[in-house]
Design a protein around this ligand. Structure first.
Ligand SMILES: Cc1ncc(COP(=O)(O)O)c(C=O)c1O
Length: 384
């Protein structure tokens, strides 16, 4: 109901607090299935500074717009194209819809090829009438099969999507193969690096083998990277990045603003997400991110070892920071875990497994609590 007369601020705040207390927090160590994490402490300060700013007009809010450009340039530095352009988005889904649009605009063709593991935001792009999808098969590690991609190419196809850290298993498509195919057929590639964009470069820094997946590959025309995933920035904070030379083909005209070009779907965008992320990268530096990634990989290895010691099946050795645990009815077990133990995990119907995303807030202790809860849940469910 829309109240006729307002209540005192204290009363309203305590009601919100009471409701808030029932929701879990990343700090509790019970949120193990999502890609968000505890934001960097700089977030709170920056958000309050920028509450009434918007990036819908980069000419009015010049300072915030400058920091957005600097952050995009920093991502370009990380992802091997110093001239990259881009915009903050509400997240990976908005960026993927823009990526699909980009492939259509650049080719003038309606079909795009996506792996069967593609995030459902590409299905949204199809439902919105932006593209039609052709679905490529994946192998047993859930990486797209390049032969399957090649078989789908015909005159209606305008581009290829690859995923650099997929949602189900955290594995990485062979983007260099997609690049080769794109070269041969005069097509372009869009990379969904919503999670991987801020994980893979640092894994490479740590000396781990990470095949090329970014703008180093000449046919990669656009990417998404989400600061609200591994960038310690509160949502909504995604980015859509694209090569400088396609800006004229993919912009939207913003009639009543001083800045007449926009590259996002959302028009009135909050200014704080790029500023928070600017603060995060300037506080942590590459080294800080490397340390975070190292810590997550250590917890991942701990999780795999302990799960196997306790008799659980981990269907594939994780390539990045997602661990799957095979169980008979994943959705049922996940629901039981949430209701009885207030622990939330993801599910992967494709692998018939529970999905644990080892984000920076996930610790060895949270893994131990999960294992104990999982053992009780399975015992309880088997006795029902
Ligand atoms: C690979 C991938 N792409 C895109 C998305 C969508 O991101 P968002 O939830 O920020 O829209 C996700 C979300 O989990 C994802 O895993």
């Amino acid at each position: 109901m829309f109240p006729e007369i307002g209540r005192p601020l204290d009363a309203v705040l305590s009601e919100i607090l009471r409701i808030r207390e029932k929701d879990p927090r990343t700090e509790d160590g019970t949120i193990l299935g999502t890609m968000i994490t505890t934001p960097h402490p700089i977030s709170l300060k920056v958000v309050s500074m920028y509450l009434s700013s918007t990036l819908s007009d980069s000419i009015i809010f010049e300072g915030a717009a400058r920091l957005e450009r600097e952050v995009i340039a920093a991502l370009g530095d990380l992802l091997n194209d110093p001239n990259i352009m881009g915009t903050f988005t509400s997240g990976g889904s908005e960026a993927n819809v823009l990526g699909a649009y980009m492939l259509r605009q650049i080719s003038g063709r309606k079909h795009i090829i996506v792996p069967e593991t593609a995030h459902f935001s590409f299905l949204k792009a199809e439902k919105l009438g932006i593209v039609r999808l052709k679905i490529a098969e994946v192998d047993d590690r859930l990486k797209v099969d390049p032969d399957s991609v090649e078989r789908l190419i015909d005159d209606s196809v305008g581009g290829i999507v690859g995923i650099a850290v997929n949602t189900d298993a955290g594995s990485v498509d062979p983007i260099y193969e997609l690049n080769r195919i794109a070269l041969e057929h005069d097509l372009h590639v869009y990379v969904d690096a919503a999670l991987g964009g801020l994980v893979l470069p640092f894994m490479r820094d740590l000396g781990l083998r990470v095949p090329s997946f970014d703008f180093k590959l000449e046919r990669v025309l656009g990417m998404c990277v989400d600061p609200h995933k591994f960038g310690l920035t509160p949502p909504p904070a995604g980015t859509f990045l694209f090569r400088e030379n396609i800006a004229d083909v993919i912009y939207f005209k913003a009639a009543y603003y001083f800045e007449e070009r926009q590259y996002s779907i959302v028009s009135t965008r909050p200014a704080w997400p790029p500023v928070v992320f600017w603060g995060v990268i300037n506080t942590l530096g590459r080294k800080g991110f490397r340390d975070l990634v190292r810590k997550c990989l250590d917890v991942r290895d701990y999780a795999v070892r302990r799960l196997e010691e306790e008799g659980f099946e981990v269907p594939m050795m994780p390539e990045t920071i997602i661990v799957n645990v095979r169980v008979k009815s994943p959705r049922k077990v996940a629901t039981f875990l949430r209701k009885m133990f207030k622990i939330s995990v993801g599910v992967s119907p494709r692998l018939s497994s529970l999905r644990i995303v080892i984000m920076p807030h996930v610790t060895e202790r949270s893994i131990e609590r999960l294992i104990a809860a999982l053992k009780s849940s399975i015992k309880e469910l088997n006795n029902k």
